[in-house]
Design a protein around this ligand. Structure first.
Ligand SMILES: Nc1nc2c(c(=O)[nH]1)N[C@H]1C(S)=C(S)[C@@H](COP(=O)(O)O)O[C@H]1N2
Ligand SMILES: [Mo]
Length: 200
């Protein structure tokens, strides 16, 4: 069955491919960083999950890359309105990293090398929809795009996909991260157009 194209614009995909409201496709892969690109050598890289005083899990690069990983092909949507379809990644599912975390531990802050932060709920990090990606398009993730490793949460706007991921800290409630403090939505579902927080 062919898809029905409404109207005739001559522009490809305008009405045939499902994009979230207000989004358009880009060529290439834009780089959006709030500051300079940190360069972290793999031997200095470490990932942590901090749930309380004295309760920190840590992985070195070697330990992290020994965890089971998966290939992910997914669309990504930046709040500045560009989207990219069928991007290819390889990474470790957040289900592996947050294995054993009880459901009550719902609110997390992702922390990055370089200081960027973004808040995420456990329900958005688990269930096979978030990864720590270390390959893009079959190659090591480049520093500009967050290498050695970045968070990938493609069902939320791309600002949630924290580059140069360093770790996760449990929060007692949902608190805004870097962009959220500057007016972006606390959750950021592109299909609901949760771009900005209503308070701003
Ligand atoms: N550490 C860090 N992560 C970040 C950002 C950033 O500035 N610093 N920018 C966010 C934003 S707004 C977007 S759109 C994507 C951009 O990722 P890209 O540069 O790989 O396209 O990274 C997100 N993750
Ligand atoms: Mo963004």
């Amino acid at each position: 069955m062919a898809k029905i194209t409404r109207g005739f614009s001559g522009r490809k995909r305008e009405h045939t491919k499902e994009l979230p409201p207000g989004q358009h496709l880009v060529d290439g892969f834009p780089v959006l960083s709030a500051g300079p690109t940190p360069r972290i050598a793999k031997q200095d890289w470490e990932l942590f999950v901090h749930t309380g005083p004295g309760e920190t899990k840590k992985w070195t690069w070697q330990e992290f890359t020994s965890l089971p990983s998966s290939d992910v092909t997914t669309d990504i949507h930046c709040v500045t309105s560009w989207s990219k379809l069928a991007t290819r990644w390889r990474g470790v599912a957040m289900d592996v990293i947050l294995d054993g975390v009880p459901a009550e531990q719902q609110f997390w802050m992702a922390h990055c090398y370089g200081g960027y932060t973004t808040n995420l709920q456990l329900d958005d990090l688990r269930g096979g929809r978030a990864w720590i990606a270390y390959e893009y398009d079959g190659r090591d993730l480049s520093p500009e795009h967050g290498g050695p490793a970045r968070l990938l949460v493609p069902h939320l706007y791309f600002w949630k996909s924290a580059k140069w991921i360093r770790g996760f800290v449990l929060q007692d409630k949902d608190k805004p991260g870097f962009w959220e403090q500057n007016g972006y939505h606390l959750r950021g579902d592109p299909w609901r157009e949760e771009r900005y927080s209503r308070w701003f």
